[in-house]
Ligand binder design. Sequence first.
Ligand SMILES: [Mg+2]
Length: 216
Amino acid sequence: MKIFGNDEAPKLVFSEQELSELEPEQVKLDAPHPLLWLDIETTGLDPREDQIFEVAMVKTDDDLNVLEELQIVLGDTLEWVTLGKVKPEVLKMHVDNGLLLEARASSVRSEEAKWKIIKFLTDDYSQSGSFWEPVKKYTLAGSSVHFDKSFVLAKWPGLASYFDYRIVDVSTLRELGKRWLPAYSLPEWDESEHRALSDIHRSIEILRFWRGELYG
Ligand SMILES: [Mg+2]
């Protein structure tokens, strides 16, 4: 290979022999981060003001098989309720689904919850690095999971380093289906129970469906 050129614009020129030997550069895709499903239940919609009642995380493999689950109900959020800052309809929802009762029985406070989450995220730390260093990043997955992510980072900003900036949002697939597959009949998924773990399992079911439809 020689570089020829004039004063204006040097060019890279290959001989015929070299051209025949060229192979297309192999496209290497980075291995994807593992999926980490996230769902939370909160006292409201504002991550700066409202509190987390419950957080659940589920690790799945690339075939969407469940590997590991974490569910935490926070006891200290109940104090927020007693301050009268929670809307009646939210309270009623969490009375009906049992979350308020579980919060009353829970002794887990925010700081302890954070460490439970870090342990869950770094459970293979001994092979890969220090407990204090994130050993891997996760791609967050869920239904409109940007909402859940915003709350988690508002409450525990230190967890940010565990999460890739990309997300897998099953709500996106539903929204696109509504627009571009108008005659498409979607399965009847159960209504959300507004409980973190069961909502995650519902989201995984929805993604399993779309995976079959879109990726065979
Ligand atoms: Mg939920």
